[in-house]
Design a protein around this ligand. Structure first.
Ligand code: SF4
Ligand code: SF4
Length: 207
């Protein structure tokens, strides 16, 4: 099966989009103010699913640069995560397991972490293609700050995710190009993205 590599220009562009997410996030976090320092929670154990081949390929650019020992440790943790999460889901429970990339509380692949890792925390808005405006309240710590400091939730600053998501969606379209209709839609945890290896063009075998 042919591996899906990001062309250099798309790799550079996804890095820029991720950088913009961090800039906008930091502006809102400063204004609130919200910081993860000293938080009793660690959101790296949240059960998030990811949907883009381009983010998967970019994650693997980072994984490939790891030394063998670290990669072995991460791979083992990812396998454990996948097995345990399947057990929990089979019992009807939502998994709450530490991401295999987390080392002693910190992200071990910070520069290649995914979109949701860069946007989760502060309040956010999103205008859907049909024009409907969605608002997300942010993490529990953020909600406490908002409740204490603002007359209403809507008065708090929020990160507008619309353009950032659009840019990522456009990049995904360019990355997949004519493979788009042939590849299955994905819904994967980071652990699954690690265990499965880099994304591959499974449709190439059917030609
Ligand atoms: S995003 Fe919020 S809940 Fe998560 S670690 Fe940061 S402050 Fe804590
Ligand atoms: S990739 Fe990094 S920031 Fe994202 S959940 Fe895993 S350890 Fe946390």
């Amino acid at each position: 099966m042919k591996e899906l590599f990001l062309p250099p220009e798309l790799s550079c562009e996804i890095g820029e989009i991720y950088g913009s997410m961090v800039t906008v996030y930091d502006e809102v976090a400063r204004e609130l103010p919200l910081t993860c320092a000293g938080c009793p929670d660690n959101c790296c154990d949240s059960y998030f699913l990811h949907h883009t081949y381009s983010e998967w390929a970019y994650l693997w650019e980072g994984i490939r640069a790891l030394d063998d020992d670290r990669l072995d440790r991460i791979m083992q943790r990812a396998r454990d995560y996948v097995a345990r999460s399947r057990e929990l889901i089979a019992r009807g429970e939502r998994p709450q397991l530490m991401c295999p990339l987390n080392d002693s509380g910190l992200c071990g692949l910070y520069s290649h972490r995914l979109m949701i890792c860069r946007t989760h925390g502060v309040p956010a808005t999103l205008t859907r293609p049909d024009g409907q405006l969605l608002r997300f309240p942010g993490c529990f710590r953020c909600q406490e700050i908002v409740a204490d400091s603002y007359p209403a939730e809507a008065d708090a600053p929020a990160m507008d995710r619309t353009v950032l998501y659009q840019r990522l969606a456009q990049l995904e379209t360019r990355f997949l190009a004519d493979r788009r209709g042939r590849l299955p839609k994905i819904k994967l945890t980071i652990a699954e993205m690690i265990v499965h290896g880099p994304p591959k063009d499974i449709s190439a075998n059917r030609k």
